[in-house]
Design a protein around this ligand. Structure first.
Ligand code: PGA
Length: 269
């Protein structure tokens, strides 16, 4: 793969001063050979302007992190490495768990915490999510904190209340300095993997609710620095509409991040 040595840093969005982040959450998909192949294909298909438009991160399963780290470093691929979860303790008798510091050593920059699948299938509470977010920060990485309501909560008009309490659990005991570095992903549970994305205006409501909760503890300046992605059934046909909203700083993409064609089409939307 040809190495590219120029500056590929994402440029700030002139509408709000924040850099966009488009992340591919691969979930429990692709072995390490398939993962290498996908990253190579992505790098071939991204244009220089794509890297300026948004920082792009990929979040493979733990078993592929080392392979992808080596690929990114050796070929100087300007894609950021991400993980999908971590444990909040730094080491010890926690069979099967991976600590944030281990991820940091693998060149990971972003760690998703509190994904709704973790909350639902693995019983993660707001308290656990907050501990994980702090562990990620303590290892000099950035957590992508997922928040979002269920269909029932939406129908009960609890969307903003749910988001507020999920965000507060993470930011209430954090310094403003650390808080402004956070990335949130507003992912309505009913939109994840369902093929039914939120309307862009719903996504804006979600992003505003995140910032309102941050603002309550840290003021508006900090809230305006926090980045908020939208996630849930994002594809190349709807990505632009979300990215066009000044309140939305990027996307967290599941299913459509698993092929180079689909993910590239989203980034270039
Ligand atoms: P989806 O998943 O894009 O497949 O809906 C998004 C996510 O779970 O982060």
């Amino acid at each position: 793969m040809a190495s590219k040595s120029r500056d590929y840093a994402a440029k700030a969005n002139p509408r709000n001063g924040r850099c966009r982040l488009i992340s591919g959450n691969w979930k429990m998909n692709l072995n390490h050979l398939e993962a290498i192949s996908l990253v190579q294909k992505l790098h071939y298909s991204f244009r220089e302007s794509d890297y300026h438009f948004a920082e792009i991160s990929v979040h493979p399963p733990f078993t592929s992190l080392r392979s992808i780290q080596l690929l990114l470093e050796t070929d100087r691929v300007p894609i950021s490495l991400g993980a999908q979860d971590c444990y909040f303790e730094s080491s010890g008798a926690y069979t099967g768990e991976i600590s944030a510091s281990m991820l940091g050593k693998l060149g990971v920059r972003y760690v998703i915490v509190g994904h709704s699948e973790r909350r639902e299938l693995f019983g993660e509470t707001d308290e656990i999510v907050a501990k994980k977010a702090n562990a990620v920060i303590a290892s000099q990485m950035t957590p992508i904190v997922c928040v979002g309501e269920s269909m029932f909560q939406r129908e009960e008009k609890q969307t903003e209340t749910v988001i507020k309490s999920q965000v507060e659990a993470v930011v209430s005991s954090m310094s403003s300095e650390l808080c402004e570095e956070l990335v949130f992903a507003y992912e309505p549970k009913w939109a994840i993997g369902s093929g039914i994305p939120a309307e862009s205006q719903d996504a804006v409501v979600g992003a505003n609710a995140v910032r309102a909760a941050v603002s309550k503890y840290h003021g508006e300046m900090v809230a305006n620095k926090v980045r908020v992605q939208y996630g849930g059934s994002v594809n190349s046909a709807n990505a632009k509409e979300f990215l066009d909203q000044a309140e939305i700083d990027g996307l967290l993409v599941g299913g459509a991040s698993l092929t180079a064609e689909a993910f590239t089409a989203i980034v270039q939307a």
